[in-house]
Design a protein around this ligand. Structure first.
Ligand SMILES: Cc1cc2nc3c(=O)[nH]c(=O)nc-3n(C[C@H](O)[C@H](O)[C@H](O)COP(=O)(O)O)c2cc1C
Length: 382
């Protein structure tokens, strides 16, 4: 299977599986417990249908939106994800450059393998920093100050990872950051020599936004669950979130809001946006899908805060459904991560191009020329 054989996100997933050592693939593909929520995140989009209008004159259409104060060429955001250099040696650089090429928002994780400064210098398109609230207050301050200096466009505080989800595939494989070559994992790396050579001989793995303050994850190999459970501040509450927003002083988003009550509180603390998200099913298994939860949140706070529907998106039609149900934008991680793992920057570009094509075709077949014409009227629930 080659890159040119990839015609949808699932194809990239299969190619990624071929190319990655299984502990790395399972870190990307896996989720918590029984992975019910991960499956539901995508299945939820199948519970409703689009109702097209015809004869609408769709020779020119505009797929752009404005979200978090900046324009995006598509109503799609590339969500922040950790450790990208482990998936492909080009890591975050590939994703940043692909996002820039298509005029999209993208995010880097606190656990990014590229520095805030490098991202700031590299791309002009809108960028978000995903903030994990650490016990180490000096580290929190340093991340904020570095994002300010590098002129990041927004910070997203992740609020669904107060402890790590129970990611059983990672527990079985012993996946760590940085990846450890132990006798038991050696085979998985040995049978993917191309990945192993890239990992060993290209730019050295590091977590440059954390390693100024903590050695876990860089100098010291730890499981991701171990990192979250020991480093993140479980006392995080609304007051601390509000204080972080004030310290940052720029566009502020809460990532991982699921309830109507919390969406209302996000408005109260002055957040600009919420990402309705369950972290791609990697945290609380059995929690509701973002798309299922979207309508009640739109009813409660729509128009007062931007609402991003995060997770499960694998098709352009999923984006159109999220927008029809009232989201400002849709976002996702695996939709570009499989492609990154499969083929680096050309992979990510191909994945975005496929989704762009599906969004454009879908809008034309729906008979809309602008995304704001997508409304609840265009959806029917089974
Ligand atoms: C491999 C991987 C790593 C992730 N790392 C982070 C992270 O560091 N911080 C964060 O807030 N979310 C992280 N996420 C969650 C994504 O931002 C996003 O919420 C999720 O991928 C959405 O689900 P989807 O993969 O079905 O699109 C990660 C997701 C994946 C798959």
């Amino acid at each position: 299977m080659r890159l040119s054989d990839c015609h949808n996100i699932d194809d990239f997933r299969r190619l990624a599986k071929q190319r990655l050592p299984w502990p790395v693939f399972d870190y990307i593909d896996g989720a918590a417990d029984d992975e019910l929520t991960k499956a539901r995140n995508t299945a939820a989009f199948g519970q409703c249908d689009l109702v097209p209008d015809v004869l609408a004159g769709v020779d020119t259409i505009d797929t752009s939106i404005t979200v978090l104060g900046r324009k995006s060429a598509l109503p799609l955001i590339l969500s922040p994800t950790a450790l990208q250099r482990v998936f492909h040696w080009q890591g975050e650089r590939a994703v940043a450059r692909a996002a820039e090429k298509f005029g999209l928002w993208f995010g880097i994780s606190s656990l990014a393998t590229i520095s805030i400064e490098d991202v700031g210098a590299m791309v002009s398109t809108p960028k978000m920093f995903q903030f994990y609230y650490h016990k180490d207050r000096g580290l929190n301050r340093s991340m904020i100050e570095r994002c300010q200096a590098a002129r990041f466009d927004a910070i997203a505080l992740t609020v669904d990872t107060i402890v790590s989800g129970k990611r059983e595939r990672c527990a079985r494989s012993g996946f760590t950051s940085p990846p450890r070559f132990t006798p038991s994992s050696a085979l998985s790396y040995a049978i993917k020599p191309r990945w192993a050579l890239d990992y060993l001989f290209r730019e050295k793995f590091s977590l440059p936004n954390l390693d100024t303050h903590v050695s876990a994850g860089t100098g010291e190999a730890v499981s991701i669950a171990g990192y979250f459970n020991s480093m993140l501040d479980q006392s995080l509450d609304w007051k601390m979130a509000q204080q972080l927003r004030e310290d940052w002083g720029g566009t502020f988003c809460l990532k991982g809001v699921m309830s109507v009550a919390d969406a209302r509180r996000a408005v109260e603390i002055g957040a600009d946006a919420i990402m309705i998200s369950n972290h791609g099913g990697r945290q609380l298994d059995g929690s509701r899908a973002p798309f299922d939860q979207l309508r009640e949140i739109v009813d409660a706070v729509g128009g007062r805060i931007e609402i991003i529907c995060d997770g499960g998106v694998r098709r352009g039609s999923h984006v159109l459904k999220a927008l029809s149900a009232g989201a400002t934008a849709a976002s996702g991680g695996r939709l570009y991560l499989y492609a990154l793992a499969a083929a680096g920057q050309p992979g990510v570009e191909r994945a975005i191009a496929l989704l762009k094509d599906e969004i454009e075709r879908g809008m034309k077949l729906m008979g809309v020329t602008r995304v704001d014409q997508l409304s609840p009227e265009r959806l029917r629930w089974r």
